[in-house]
Design a protein. Structure first.
Length: 52
């Protein structure tokens, strides 16, 4: 999914994966902490993520 659309919001990830918002947020937090994802927008809402 990410190679085709390298910038996604958490809401888009929820729709694309079928996972709960909580599960997506937990996964995003882990990937962000590992340096795999980074914030792609200075505006915190909606939070936009991209590959690190």
């Amino acid at each position: 999914m990410l190679p085709q659309t390298p910038v996604l919001t958490v809401a888009q990830l929820v729709r694309l994966t079928g996972r709960s918002a909580q599960a997506v947020n937990e996964a995003v937090d882990r990937l962000y902490s590992a340096g795999v994802l980074r914030l792609a927008s200075a505006d915190p809402l909606p939070q936009t993520l991209s590959l690190g």
